[in-house]
Design a protein around this ligand. Structure first.
Ligand SMILES: Cc1cc2nc3c(=O)[nH]c(=O)nc-3n(C[C@H](O)[C@H](O)[C@H](O)COP(=O)(O)OP(=O)(O)OC[C@H]3O[C@@H](n4cnc5c(N)ncnc54)[C@H](O)[C@@H]3O)c2cc1C
Length: 418
């Protein structure tokens, strides 16, 4: 029976395990941590990610714990809505879903439990090396200080942005991103529209986000919001160390957006504010290909980018969907033709990934950079762009994660069907 290894139990790895187990393939999941901890920021699942949720059969449960988001509004200090994008402009009935990372992980694991006979968990197993042989692929790793190795029909690398398992010959770019974010999860913000991702910008140096995040599985009645504050990575360590720093920061926010500052003043701990904030750093990863022979690379390991467009988890889910489609395409009984699989996979994911990488590279500096002109350029360009109905719609489709090129897009229904 075909047996495939997946390295990493994040969004990409778990979703891929579901689509492959559903095809009767045996899966071993290697995960370096011993327990998947319920930590992490809120994520915004775009319509593309939700289409994959529908495909996986987890959308209904996601809707009970997540928070429906109808659009994105980005405000300047003078109250002008620079970004004002609503999913309905991308397609009737479309929406996003704010979700806690722990909830996303919980939903995927719950679904995987339905395929218990096909799934073999190897927690606390760190993979250090992969060898792509002729008729099998071998993984080498360590668990509890002991070395081990095992052979599989194929290996899918899904171990996140800092992966050292990507075949070096495929990597065109792999570097840390100069800006990151301090973030915290707090009780839901009731003073802002609860169905909107709110962003706040001042030039390209100040950016804050408040995302409806829904609830975590063991506290379904406590609705949450995630707060993001963008910072150069050099300033992330020791952000808001004490009460004085808390006061100075709140004053900065209050000068620009008093309603949000008043709410933040209520939810940020006075004595130990630093304990509430966590930090996130990002990488830029570009590869020339995502699969060959018996090795594939998916999720952040394949195309990590700044979270400006909010596409990381969606792209990881789309990768999983595409891999499921491609394995079905290249499979005949117990035989899988891997060259057919990767040909099909690149057809499904190549242009879309390239499009979002390019957009991310183009737009991120307009929000996070030290160039004085970047924010000015953005404010002028966006104000003009939102006046043109065609461009407004294109912006909404881009955010929804469905674009495959400047003039092409995928359809929700094409992905959502099982
Ligand atoms: C603050 C923040 C906000 C974000 N907001 C959004 C958003 O709004 N929308 C969105 O779509 N995306 C967002 N993202 C991005 C999103 O979280 C990622 O793109 C997505 O989770 C990637 O999933 P992944 O499975 O590829 O990797 P990961 O989730 O990083 O999972 C990788 C897994 O591999 C394991 N692992 C690593 N190395 C090894 C090894 N050698 N052996 C075995 N296991 C290993 C790790 O322990 C981990 O469990 C955000 C990210 C951050 C940090």
């Amino acid at each position: 029976m075909t047996h495939i290894a997946i390295i990493g139990a994040g969004t990409a790895g778990l979703a891929t395990a579901i689509v492959l187990a559903r095809q009767g393939i045996q899966i071993t999941i290697f995960e370096s941590v011993s327990k998947l901890a319920p930590v992490g920021a809120g994520l915004l699942l775009q319509p593309a990610g939700l289409a994959v949720f529908a495909h996986l059969g987890v959308l209904e449960s996601a809707l009970t714990l997540g928070a429906v988001v109808t659009g994105l509004e980005g405000q300047l200090p003078n109250g002008h809505l620079l970004v004002n994008s609503h999913y309905r402009e991308a397609g009737q009935g479309q929406y996003g879903l704010g979700i806690h990372r722990a909830t996303l992980c919980h939903l995927l694991i719950q679904k995987l439990d339905e395929y218990q006979t096909s799934i073999h968990w190897r927690m606390n197993h760190q993979i250090d090396r992969i060898e792509d042989g002729g008729s099998e692929t071998r993984v080498y790793g360590t668990t509890a200080g002991q070395a081990f190795d095992a052979a599989f029909a194929a290996v899918i690398v899904a171990n996140g942005a800092r992966s050292t398992l990507r075949p070096p010959a495929w990597v065109r770019l792999d570097r840390p991103y100069p800006w990151g974010a301090a973030w915290m999860i707090v009780p839901e913000c009731l003073s802002l529209d609860r169905q909107i991702l709110h962003q706040f910008y001042d030039r390209s140096q100040i950016m804050m986000g408040v995302l409806p995040t829904g609830a975590i599985p063991n506290k379904p009645d406590q609705r949450l919001s995630s707060v993001f504050w963008s910072l150069p990575t050099t300033e992330l360590h020791g952000f808001m160390p004490d009460q004085a720093a808390r006061g100075a920061w709140l004053e900065q926010v209050d000068r620009r957006w008093p309603t949000v500052a008043a709410w933040l003043d209520q939810v940020i701990d006075v004595e130990h504010p630093s304990a509430q904030w966590l930090s996130a750093q990002y990488r830029d990863v570009v590869m020339s290909q995502y699969g060959q022979h018996r090795v594939g690379v998916i999720g952040d390991a394949a195309h990590a980018m700044s979270p400006q467009l909010g596409q990381g988890a969606n792209m990881a889910l789309l990768d999983a969907w595409a891999l499921g489609q491609s394995v079905a395409y290249g499979r005949s009984g117990e035989q899988i033709d891997w060259s057919m699989v990767w040909q099909h996979y690149h057809r499904l994911r190549g242009s879309s990934t390239l499009f979002y990488q390019s957009m991310s590279r183009l737009l991120t500096p307009l929000y996070q950079s030290d160039h004085w002109w970047a924010g000015v350029l953005r404010d002028v360009a966006f104000t003009w762009m939102y006046r043109v109905p065609y461009l407004r719609r294109e912006m909404a489709v881009t955010i929804s994660g469905l674009k495959t090129g400047m003039l092409s897009q995928m359809q929700y229904a094409q992905i959502a069907t099982r």
